[in-house]
Write a protein that binds this ligand. Structure first.
Ligand code: E4P
Length: 220
């Protein structure tokens, strides 16, 4: 299984940085991440993110809470952003499952989000989600066994040969990334800060400083 890394951010600058380094396989956003960005036009911001993603999957969440309105809102967003690899984020729920089914029947990729249990992930996958997103640490906070959920969901997807990948979000430290991948998460979506932390180590800093110190003494 290839371990994929997505950036969890609505920042165009952060997306541009990570994609230009070639280190991420996609971008996920959510309404709270958008609220951290300068106020502006939602659709044009999404279009700029899509331009930076340049073919990579980009998840954008609907923001109505009524399942009856979700389908029309999703279709509107998909059409207006006009990006083939746009994945519409729909939170898991009973009414939402029929929205997921209708969208996936129209070949609109859905990222079913806000999952906290194996049964939610399983039902989201069965309804046709292209991605099912486990809120890894929020689920742990609520007493769930996130690693077991990932393992079970991965086995379920494999057993039915579903075109569905697991995303682990709600990542709080670099260890979560490795643990989620090794527990069966195809993808981990992490903040810029986590991705930066994944690239740093005290030992690296000390080694580089030591080399430069030794060399500066020798060369002088
Ligand atoms: C995925 O995109 C989720 O929306 C996100 O990772 C949630 O993370 P949080 O628990 O830090 O809000």
């Amino acid at each position: 299984m290839i371990n994929k890394l997505f950036l969890d951010s609505a920042s165009i600058e952060e997306a541009n940085r990570c994609i230009s380094m070639g280190i991420i396989d996609g971008v996920t956003t959510n309404p709270s991440l958008f609220s951290k960005q300068p106020k502006g036009d939602f659709i044009s911001h999404c279009r700029k993110l899509a331009e930076v993603c340049n073919g990579l999957p980009l998840s954008v969440e609907i923001f109505s809470s009524d399942p009856d309105l979700m389908f029309s809102e999703a279709m509107k967003i998909y059409k207006e952003i006009d990006y083939t690899n746009l994945n519409i984020k729909i939170p898991i729920g009973v009414g939402e499952l029929s929205v997921i089914k209708k969208l996936s029947d129209r070949n609109i990729p859905v990222n079913c989000t806000c999952c906290f249990t194996y049964s939610q992930m399983l039902l989201a996958a069965r309804a046709g989600s292209r991605y099912v997103s486990l809120f890894y640490n929020r689920a742990l906070d609520s007493g769930e066994n996130s690693n077991e959920i990932l393992e079970n969901t991965n086995n379920y997807i494999k057993s039915l040969n579903l075109d569905c990948e697991i995303i682990s979000g709600s990542i709080r430290k670099t260890d979560d990334v490795i643990t989620a991948w090794s527990s069966g998460s195809h993808i981990v979506t992490a903040s810029m800060k986590i991705i930066e932390d994944m690239c740093t180590h005290q030992g690296t800093t000390e080694s580089v400083n030591g080399f430069l110190q030794d060399f500066s003494e020798w060369i002088s």
